[in-house]
Design a protein around this ligand. Structure first.
Ligand code: ZN
Length: 329
């Protein structure tokens, strides 16, 4: 498998430079930023094929889970495999991820209605990363549900999808147009909700994570959503994932995140929310300390398992073409 070593340098530059670009942006400003040159395409090493068996992740249908209201302003719909968060901003809905494919998006549209929400009010879709189970519903939603929706993902992820064949983790309809590219440190305000973007490459090159406020009974908490879950067994990706978890920790600690959510359905204990009785503490509000020692630790355990497995792929040796500078720098 071909590897290009601009990846490491590019990401280091991205992490070092973009950390300071934390100015809040409206959707209009963010959309205008698309015209700004400079975030050039970074073509990176192809991740290994998705290790999940196709029977689990290749085709529908998966069983739907009952749609659920998690907080005053946050909902979740989807299947046992993956789903989306719906955030009611007071001025339209924001969808975090978009489902697997057309059928999944159609089903989620019905589920959103069951929650008493109007899916045509979805103004913005934030895509966590460039794998089909996160972008696959976008085209259906734009065509059939919310035609004026803005679609946002990282430009690295977007560029990546322009280069990778329809295979493995990159099947199913892809976004055909990107309205906003998400950059590290960006803040996007929709209605009364500000979403902070944190670049967390590793699960994929263009993976981003999110921080935004949620309310429970009117009390505000801060939620962190790690954008990518799985860890690949290559040296670069595993170690990059490890670095990204600690990078995300820095921003979630600064934001005082006390709620940890995951884009895959089994990452959050929805059952505990369903059986919660009035007056009981919210089971997803774990506190700032446990956000680190419990929530982020789940992701540390993932990469540590790979590191400890003894099955890490060795660093490949790249032979530079005659006359060129060494590939490894
Ligand atoms: Zn993924």
């Amino acid at each position: 498998m071909k590897k290009t070593y601009c990846l490491f340098l590019s990401l280091l530059i991205m992490l070092a430079v973009c950390i300071s670009s934390a100015a809040a942006q409206s959707m209009t400003e963010a959309a205008a930023a698309l015209k700004t040159p400079g975030a050039a395409a970074m073509f990176v090493n192809l991740p290994d094929p998705d290790p999940l068996p196709p029977t689990l992740f290749g085709t529908l249908p998966y069983p739907s889970i009952a749609p659920i209201k998690l907080f005053d302003n946050v909902y979740f719909v989807g299947t046992t495999a993956v789903g989306v968060f719906i955030i009611d901003t007071g001025d339209g809905l924001v969808m975090l991820d978009s489902g697997i494919n057309d059928d999944d998006a159609a089903n989620m549209t019905k589920e959103i209605k069951k929650l008493g929400l109007n899916p045509s009010k979805i103004k913005l879709i934030l895509i966590s990363h460039e794998h089909f189970d996160h972008y696959g519903g976008v085209q259906y939603l734009k065509k059939n549900v919310c035609p004026n929706v803005k679609v946002a993902m990282s430009l690295i992820g977007w560029n990546f999808l322009q280069t990778v064949p329809l295979e493995a983790g990159y099947i199913n309809p892809r976004p055909q147009k990107l309205d906003i590219y998400l950059t590290d440190g960006m803040k996007i305000k929709v209605g009364k909700t500000t979403f902070q973007i944190v670049a967390t490459p590793g699960h994929s090159a263009g993976c981003v994570s999110f921080i935004f406020p949620v309310t429970d009974g009117g009390k505000t908490h801060m939620a962190g959503v790690m954008g990518g879950t799985g860890v690949w067994s290559t040296q670069q990706e595993t170690r990059l994932y490890k670095a990204s978890v600690e990078y995300f920790k820095a921003f979630t600690a600064a934001a005082k995140c006390d709620v940890g959510l995951g884009v895959h359905s089994l990452e959050s204990d929805f059952t505990a929310v369903r059986v919660r009785k009035p007056g009981e503490p919210h089971p997803l509000v774990i506190g700032t300390a446990k956000f680190d020692t419990l929530y982020l630790q789940k992701y540390r355990d993932l990469y540590q398992y790979v590191l400890d497995s003894g099955k890490m792929q060795p660093y490949p040796v790249v032979v530079a073409p005659p006359g060129s500078s060494p590939a490894r720098q």
